[in-house]
Design a protein around this ligand. Structure first.
Ligand SMILES: Cc1cc2nc3c(=O)[nH]c(=O)nc-3n(C[C@H](O)[C@H](O)[C@H](O)COP(=O)(O)O)c2cc1C
Length: 443
């Protein structure tokens, strides 16, 4: 599906879309409603103080990605891995053909967009589903998400994580860094924007390998943006900083207030009747978009040391800090090796559980059952002290200007092998099912 509107049509037809026609305020009223409907796509048709509709939750279930990419849920990791390893350059289209430039705001005014204020103690209204396109002077285009605090009609403060694509490009550019911020995108573009490919690989080429992603040149700079975006905010990331936050982030806890760059907006374009995407921090949509794109890189790293079957980054671990790795065990030490390799595939990972392929890696009870019946802490627990870790983990050690640090843990919950190349006690570890009974015969 190449644009958001086709996707809305498809979820409406599937009976998954919740439509709310009663007027609702983006200031503190909308966020709790989205949270109460977590896991469902919600379209707000009447937004107080804004002429634009708001969509949320379109990425809050793996089923919606499977629908958008026309594949089964279990195949998503392989679709992402294929696109990651074989990006294809998007087609450049003419300005007169493109939806995202149908309307040019005569005077750019960010206050017309329905940025949500989530909590009374938030620093202000935030855009949370915004992807920023910049050009790195050495490696070319880079796309990544940045939460954006609205300061006034033409200024934003952006949270830009250190040493990642946008930060690196900004540090190399003595003047303002041109930026194009896109909001309201099809799911495959959001997925690609969440990936962290090596420098020189354009996330929009990964998106284009997932589904056609035509691009168009911006009106006030040379950057290219997805032609199907609902909104494009063209501007410049300055070297001026302001306090950014407080803001509740992925782990549903208050993030640290930091000095962050100010963005100046020069031009706003949008589709006719544009739909604004609001993503609720810490809820399922945020979690899936953060975690799912890291599954292919964990898969690739584990597959280098043993046969990896699948990977799941789990919502209970804020979809960032915990993963389950499913392997087809061939050697006694495969589980240990897989745990070690998983951390190479995702630097922010904190805990990993390795399971055999009879365990459903999307079912927390099955994972716990594998730990309960197959794992011995003195044999299967791996601990690494004082490792580079996620800035989002409140229990890690955070020193300003330095990479956060924490301990890491791997649990090998695969069936223990008593022989180097086999397990002679397999029957002791395999679940014994009941035959299927026809209950209706007894009622
Ligand atoms: C919903 C969502 C919100 C995010 N918010 C931010 C953010 O505010 N700041 C940031 O630097 N990264 C944020 N990220 C992570 C970046 O998109 C991620 O670091 C990016 O994949 C790094 O890619 P890069 O190294 O190519 O820049 C967010 C990711 C998602 C999925």
């Amino acid at each position: 599906m190449t644009n958001l509107r086709d996707f809305i049509g498809a979820v409406r037809e599937a009976g998954w879309l919740v439509e709310i026609n009663k007027q609702i305020d983006p200031y503190l009223e909308m966020a709790p409603v989205i949270a109460a409907l977590d896991g469902r796509p919600v379209l707000f048709n009447d937004v107080a103080g804004s002429e634009f509709r708001v969509l949320s939750g379109q990425c809050s279930d793996r089923r919606y990605f499977a629908l958008a990419l026309d594949c089964a849920v279990e195949e998503l990791v392989f679709r992402m891995a294929d696109a990651y390893s074989s990006p294809s350059d998007p087609r450049l289209v003419n300005r007169d053909e493109v939806p995202c430039q149908e309307v040019v705001m005569t005077t750019p005014d960010l206050r017309r967009l329905p940025f949500l204020t989530h909590y009374p103690d938030d620093a202000g209204p935030y855009a949370t589903a915004a992807i920023a396109v910049v050009n790195d002077p050495d490696s070319g285009p880079n796309v990544s998400f940045h939460r954006l605090l609205r300061l006034d009609a033409t200024h934003l403060a952006a949270r830009i994580v250190e040493r990642r694509g946008t930060d690196t490009a900004l540090k190399k550019t003595p003047d303002d860094l041109p930026v194009a911020i896109c909001i309201g995108l099809p799911l495959h573009v959001l997925l690609a924007a969440s990936m962290a490919p090596p420098p020189g690989v354009d996330e929009l080429a990964i998106a284009n390998a997932l589904a056609p992603t035509p691009v168009v040149q911006c009106l006030t700079n040379d950057l290219r943006v997805p032609a199907e975006a609902e909104f494009v905010l063209e501007g410049r990331i300055t070297h001026r900083t302001v306090a950014e936050g407080p803001f509740v982030d992925l782990t549903e806890t208050w993030d640290i207030v930091r000095q962050q760059p100010v963005i100046e907006i020069d031009c706003i374009t949008h589709r006719r009747d544009a739909i604004y995407h609001a993503l609720l921090p810490g809820q399922l949509e945020h979690k899936l978009l953060m975690g799912m794109p890291r599954e292919p890189s964990i898969f690739a790293a584990v597959n280098e040391v043993c046969r990896c079957r699948n990977v799941s980054i789990t919502p209970g671990g804020a979809s960032w800090l915990h993963a389950v790795v499913q392997i087809d065990k061939q050697h006694a030490d495969d589980g240990h090796k897989a745990a070690e390799a998983a951390f190479r595939g995702h630097g922010s990972l904190k805990h990993v559980v390795v399971v055999d392929d009879d365990i459903d890696l999307y079912d927390p009870n099955e994972i716990e059952w594998a730990i309960a019946t197959r794992f011995q802490a003195d044999r299967d627990l791996l601990v690494w002290e004082n490792q580079p870790s996620s800035s989002l983990d409140p229990s890690a050690t955070h020193i300003p200007g330095q990479k956060s640090r924490s301990a890491k843990m791997g649990l090998d919950a695969t069936i223990p092998w008593d022989q180097p190349d086999s397990c002679t006690r397999l029957h002791e570890f395999v679940r014994v099912p009941f035959p299927k009974a026809d209950v209706s015969a007894y009622l």
